[in-house]
Design a protein around this ligand. Structure first.
Ligand code: ADP
Ligand code: MG
Length: 247
């Protein structure tokens, strides 16, 4: 059964169609990479999964529950998390403090002042767990403003993981990274729990083919092809679009 399903999803901005009858299923634990030329509608598609953008028509289903039109916060609580480039990092706090706040925000009950000590210990334990997941245990006490660009992006993944989501959305997590940072991010994504479904937009073909269980190619808002890497590599129309690329 699919964890996430897009059913005939459509979105337009005026006369510009950015999502055109997109059907897509993401299985539990699947690493699904979305590729396509600039302006193909990749970010718009992810935004509709996360609730940042409302579809014009069609449905988004999480565990077969129709979440179309839900507010981003409600979708996040339902289990679809995403990274926001730097927007949600506290630069004057440490790495661990950032993660602790992210866990706390996900578990907020409205009576945080009265939260028993046991719950605080639990929150810290989860923050430490995420710290290890994003391979930053050695950086726990460093201030975020002293982290490198790549380390900050690593932490952003941790912030998204804080609430233990079932689906993680990543929009070009390696963009702007050095080759070494890119390798680190690939390793990190690959090491995440196998139960976690990941939908990732990526332009670096080495990253795409080293991570993807399945790939979807978007072209002018439409799904040109979906399949395992070998099927995508063998697809004549995909090859046409990526003519000159190494894959
Ligand atoms: N809020 C918006 N208003 C109008 N046009 C938009 C908006 N957001 C994106 N677009 C347009 O939609 C198209 C798809 O954009 P986007 O989803 O960001 O593509 P990609 O991530 O594949 O580069 C682009 O032509 C872009 O200019
Ligand atoms: Mg984009």
């Amino acid at each position: 059964m699919s964890v996430l399903r897009l059913d005939n999803l459509c979105r337009s901005f005026g006369s510009l169609v950015v999502t055109h009858n997109v059907n897509l299923t993401i299985a539990a634990g699947e690493r699904h990479v979305v590729i396509g030329p600039n302006g193909a509608g990749k970010t718009s598609l992810i935004n509709q999964m996360g609730g940042q953008l409302q579809p014009s028509a069609g449905r988004v289903l999480l565990d077969e529950v129709d979440i179309t039109g839900w507010a981003p916060e409600r979708i996040l609580h339902a289990g679809i998390a995403r990274t926001f480039q730097k927007n949600n990092l506290f630069f004057n706090l440490s790495v661990l403090e950032n993660l602790r706040l992210a866990v706390q925000a996900r578990r907020a009950s409205g009576f945080s002042v009265l939260r028993p000590a046991a719950a605080r210990v639990d929150i810290l334990a989860r923050a430490r767990e995420v710290l290890v997941q994003v391979r930053m245990d050695a950086d726990a006490d460093r201030l975020v403003r002293n982290l490198s660009y790549g380390e900050q992006r690593q932490l952003e993944v941790g912030m998204a993981l804080a609430g233990d989501p079932t689906v993680l959305l990543l929009d070009e997590p390696t963009s702007g990274m050095s080759p070494a940072e890119t390798v680190g991010m690939i390793d990190l994504v690959r090491s995440l729990p196998s139960s976690l479904s990941i939908v990732m937009i990526e332009h670096d073909m080495n990253v795409v083919f080293s991570l993807a269980d399945r790939i979807t190619v978007l072209y002018y808002g439409e799904v040109l092809a979906t399949g395992v890497p070998a099927q995508i590599q063998a697809n004549a129309r995909v090859r046409e679009i990526y003519l000159g690329a190494s894959h």
